[in-house]
Unconditional design. Structure first.
Length: 737
């Protein structure tokens, strides 16, 4: 062995030839004599042989190369016979330079297939474990050099041997290693199944490998089996029976992984290449229906993939199997925290959570009473923490929460009480999540959450005042934004519905409407942006904008008009006028819209409160009418008349609200206010500035208010008058009965 280096130099001096020469014969004989060292110097010999063949860099088997290959096969065969394999050493030497040396592996494999094939499989498994298996664990699309060398040498060997007489040996080697090192081991050691299951599942699930295998077998009938009756059947025909008798055998190994099996089934069921719809749960009873009771009694392994991510990717398909899986997930865990996490994931990640949540709540509540309350706490805490820029996430959460209890039977659904209780106790926090959000969808869904929760029926006492102020602050801000086309009508509509619903609670109604009156009296409806709304209307073309420039400048300087009773002026209303009118009418409707949802007594009580609230602001007093004889029509003798009249003149919405109140309250509560309004407008229309204008239409809003004031007087006039005229110092209004 000490002369290997000199022997190497001698061998490398000779070129490769097909026929042995006289000079080569001593070298060939020397190589053959090296067999005497194969017992103790086996690895040294193998390394030396591979290195010499690499340096000769020839795949042609000349006499010297042949002698080297023969020595190599003799060493391998000897050590296989004494059960001290040296093949791992050989494979490692080939792998280092796989592109140039795979030919040697192929040649040895062709001569010793019964030795090489079993070991190459083991070497592959060990190599993938060491360098990483890109088909299972690694998601890096770039293979390492070690991985590429491993795949190249193995692929080269299999491709070569499949084209030789060893073809059947190659096929059987794969079957044998699956049988000897997997199936037999699984039968005896269930822990191996558990540890390896996830990797096998991913291999079949990703890229729809299982579906492609099933389709291949369905179209080729390549795999067949003899049944108990001796008949030959394809494995695809046996699929349903395999599910019932093998996969879901309560005593079998696969049943513990029923959740993964059901995921795989779901994938196959919705594959258009197959007709497996009979597997789906149905009223008629399918395979899965019949197996559900027994599955629920077992302790199952968790799914190998994230259920929520999986459901999210297949929301367009039927939800029966996902629902069954989620139920199993709840039944098969004993962790309250896991259950809370599952519900939170459903509501925060899926766009179809309402299909599951209310149906799963009974299962969860039966194990952990009150758990849905904790789920809601977690969800709202998470939503509050989400950055405002993550609009899609907030929209999804609010949409799911809104849809949980959207229908008419929502109050009977599981979890509704917890939902209502949470919102009732945290209405402010919930409001603050969305009321200032730039997304229209967020705000609409947020209002739907509040509406559907019916929180107003049992809102906590400490929440009533702050919630009312929040609602009304936002209401008037929305109305103001309409002048600049910055607010969506849907947002205002749904908020109007919410406020109306809140007024079903008489106590809450009094607070909300009192706050609304405060805003009205403070001029919230009369705060107008200075920008001309016509100039920012997207439908207006440039020519119209130029032609209307002077008019729009004038319109932007004057405040909008409130005109609903004067037909002559209705055709002259501009966009700002219409917005102003609609804002007033919408706000006034808040004081009456809830009429059909409360009792008559509650309705009357609320409106008595409104009049009392106004009275507390103005303190109208009963005075002798004779005191007005000397003062009118130029002066107002009492300060309260000025305060009340001025409020009604400046805030037309008060007329609409007052008109609703006088229908249910005693005249004694309103007569003094009506007197003050009448006195104020008598003096107004006799003011020098008003008299000197060419037409009363200059004061269109005050003209409208005067008409409404005369209507307030109608109940105290003689009933015999079907029409009447009130002549106020030269101004005549004819009012229909």
């Amino acid at each position: 062995m000490n002369n290997l280096e000199s022997l190497s130099l001698a061998i490398l001096q000779y070129p490769t030839t097909k026929v042995i020469t006289q000079d080569q014969k001593p070298l060939v004989l020397t190589i053959k004599k090296l067999k005497r060292f194969m017992v103790h110097e086996n690895k040294t010999l193998i390394t030396w042989i591979v290195e010499i063949l690499r340096k000769r860099n020839k795949e042609i088997v000349d006499p010297i190369n042949e002698a080297l290959v023969q020595l190599l096969t003799d060493v391998i065969s000897f050590h296989e016979a004494i059960d001290s394999s040296v093949l791992i050493t050989f494979f490692e030497l080939i792998r280092i330079d796989a592109n140039d040396m795979a030919w040697l592996l192929n040649l040895v494999g062709e001569r010793l297939p019964h030795h090489i094939l079993p070991y190459i499989h083991q070497y592959l498994v060990l190599g993938l474990s060491n360098y990483g298996n890109p088909f299972l664990a690694s998601k890096d699309p770039v293979l390492s050099q070690d991985q590429m060398n491993l795949f190249y040498m193995s692929d080269s060997l299999f491709q070569h041997l499949l084209n030789t007489q060893s073809r059947e040996l190659v096929i059987h080697s794969l079957v044998n290693i699956l049988k000897d090192h997997y199936l037999n081991h699984v039968t005896a050691h269930t822990s191996f199944t558990t540890e390896s299951w996830s990797s096998v599942f991913h291999l079949l699930y990703e890229n729809n490998t299982a579906g492609n295998i099933f389709y291949y077998e369905k179209t080729t009938s390549n795999s067949i089996i003899k049944n108990n009756q001796g008949e030959i059947e394809t494995i695809t025909n046996l699929f349903s029976r395999w599910l019932a008798n093998v996969a879901f055998d309560p005593q079998g190994l696969i049943i513990r992984h029923a959740m993964d099996v059901m995921i795989m089934l779901d994938t196959l069921v919705y594959d258009n290449r197959f007709d497996l719809s009979h597997i789906l749960p149905s009223k008629d009873g399918s395979i899965l229906d019949s197996l559900q009771p027994s599955i629920r009694q077992l302790r199952l392994e968790p799914a190998s993939i994230d259920l929520i991510d999986w459901i999210e990717c297949r929301v367009n398909n039927d939800m029966r199997i996902p629902f069954s899986l989620l139920q199993l997930a709840l039944i098969n865990n004993d962790s309250r925290e896991y259950t809370i996490h599952l519900f939170v994931q459903l509501i925060t990640k899926l766009s179809c959570a309402n299909h599951f949540v209310t149906k799963l709540i009974p299962t969860a509540e039966s194990k952990w009473p009150g758990i849905f309350q904790q789920v809601l706490e977690n969800i709202f805490s998470k939503t509050i923490a989400i950055h405002i820029a993550d609009t899609t996430q907030i929209e999804k959460i609010l949409c799911n929460l809104a849809m949980l209890y959207e229908d008419n039977t929502s109050t009977q659904k599981s979890g509704f009480d917890a939902f209502q209780n949470y919102i009732s106790s945290h209405s402010r926090q919930v409001l603050l999540i969305f009321i200032n959000h730039p997304s229209v969808t967020c705000r609409i869904m947020g209002y739907r959450v509040l509406n559907n929760s019916k929180f107003y029926k049992q809102i906590a006492l400490q929440e009533q005042e702050p919630t009312s102020r929040l609602l009304m602050d936002v209401w008037f801000r929305h109305l103001k934004a309409r002048y600049l086309k910055q607010e969506d009508a849907q947002v205002i509509d749904i908020q109007q519905t919410l406020i109306s619903n809140c007024c079903q609670n008489a106590t809450l109604a009094k607070i909300i409407l009192s706050v609304a009156l405060e805003h009205i009296l403070n001029g919230a409806l009369e705060i107008f942006p200075v920008a001309d709304i016509n100039s920012i209307h997207q439908q207006t073309n440039l020519f119209d904008k130029i032609n209307r420039q002077d008019d729009s400048t004038f319109q932007s300087k004057k405040p909008p008009r409130f005109v609903t009773c004067i037909d002559l002026l209705k055709v002259q209303l501009d966009t700002r006028d219409k917005v102003y009118i609609d804002n007033i009418e919408r706000t006034a409707s808040l004081f009456d819209q809830f009429k059909d949802t409360v009792s008559t007594d509650e309705y009357n009580e609320i409106h008595h409160h409104i009049i009392s609230f106004l009275s507390s602001k103005w303190t109208p007093t009963s005075v002798s009418l004779t005191t007005y004889d000397d003062a009118l029509p130029k002066n107002i003798p009492h300060a309260c008349d000025i305060v009340i009249g001025n409020a009604f003149k400046d805030h037309p919405a008060l007329f609409l609200i007052f008109e609703k109140c006088i229908q249910v309250v005693q005249p004694t509560m309103t007569n003094d206010m009506i007197r003050s309004i009448l006195v104020y407008f008598i003096v107004f229309w006799n003011m020098k500035e008003v008299i000197n204008v060419p037409t009363t239409l200059t004061y269109a809003t005050q003209l409208e208010e005067t008409i409404r004031m005369t209507l307030l007087l109608k109940p105290v006039l003689p009933e015999s008058l079907e029409t009447y005229s009130i002549k106020s110092f030269g101004i005549t209004f004819d009012i229909p009965p």
